[in-house]
Design a protein around this ligand. Structure first.
Ligand code: SAM
Length: 294
């Protein structure tokens, strides 16, 4: 995986400092603590054509099941739910799963199950799946271990699919200014320091070379599918605040009892760039990395 090209707010930019690299980081359960309440509002939607792109490339006929690993608030699992007989969303963060359950109930999705668990504890006793997805989540995991578990769990005619958001954004050709990303990052640094926070530690880079990891676990080389979505969205100050608070490196818990103060600063910054309180955002392309077992 070329992590430098990813727009994922939890993936690092190429100009980050050279220490606290991903190899030195240890996972802990606070990585996404407190972000669930902001996630759906804050994160930009996946491309509209994502489900169709998946269904065109993998035979989903018959009693097919999806396992969405690192499902967060269930966005991908619920987006794909109608394509499968059953979907299982797995995530260690209880608030994320609570949110996933809430939305599943609200939207009357009845074929989804939510499991609180780390991917490293797979395969467990879940059986096999036609498709196993990792949407902006694989880089948080013990990758060789999880890829090997996925190899045991994926059906021979199925696939493991990574879903990314690519960073090459179009200029926001809309009625409002673009989101001032550099200024937001500068505010993060002022509040939390130069190194990028991740749970109780720091993580300035994300791992690459994921195709090698999957190949070593018994998968064929990746098939890359780009799924564009040309929409320009109007995002409010509240939406952008939610996006910042949905991100691991600016997760609410990192601000302790000064969260309100940070949010005030952030709102002030955003309003100084857009007094009307709105921003135009060009949706980034999504990318499917499809890996079939050999
Ligand atoms: C950036 S969010 C992506 C959420 C969702 N897949 C989406 O695309 O909207 C990453 C998710 O991975 C989960 N995660 C992090 N480490 C994990 C692990 N070791 N096992 C399973 N899930 C993990 C986090 O709790 C978080 O919900």
């Amino acid at each position: 995986m070329d992590s430098d090209r990813l727009a994922d707010c939890d993936t690092m930019a190429p100009d980050e400092p050279n220490d606290h690299r991903w190899e030195d980081w240890t996972w802990d359960e606070t990585v996404f603590r407190g972000t669930a309440a902001y996630y759906r509002k804050g994160r930009e939607p996946y491309s509209r054509g994502l489900g169709q792109a998946l269904a065109e490339r993998i035979d989903l006929a018959g009693p097919s099941r999806l396992l969405d690993v690192g499902c967060g608030p269930g966005i991908v699992a619920l987006l794909f739910a109608s394509l499968f007989e059953r979907v299982v969303g797995l995530d260690p963060d209880p608030d994320m799963l609570h949110e996933a359950r809430r939305v599943a109930d609200e939207t009357q999705v009845v074929n989804a199950t939510w499991v609180q668990m780390r991917a490293e504890d797979l395969p467990g006793s879940f059986g096999t799946f036609r498709v196993i997805t990792f949407a902006q989540s694989f880089h948080w995991m013990d990758r060789p271990r999880v890829a090997s578990a996925a190899r045991q769990m994926v059906e021979s005619d199925g696939a493991v699919v990574q879903i990314d958001v690519l960073a090459d954004r179009r200029p926001p050709d809309g009625p409002h200014p673009g989101v001032p990303e550099a200024a937001i990052d500068e505010l993060r640094r002022r509040w939390l320091g130069t190194d990028r926070r991740a749970g109780q530690g720091f993580r300035n880079t994300s791992p690459s070379e994921e195709d090698e990891v999957f190949r070593a676990a018994g998968f064929a080389p990746e098939e890359i599918v780009i799924v564009p979505d040309r929409r320009i969205l109007e995002r409010s100050v509240d939406d952008v605040v939610a996006r910042v608070l949905s991100t691991s490196s600016t997760a609410p818990h990192l601000f302790g009892d000064r969260l309100d103060e940070f949010v005030n600063d952030l709102r002030g910054l955003l309003l100084s760039h857009s007094p009307g309180g709105y921003f135009s955002v060009a949706l980034s392309d999504n990318r499917l990395l499809i890996r079939r077992p050999i």
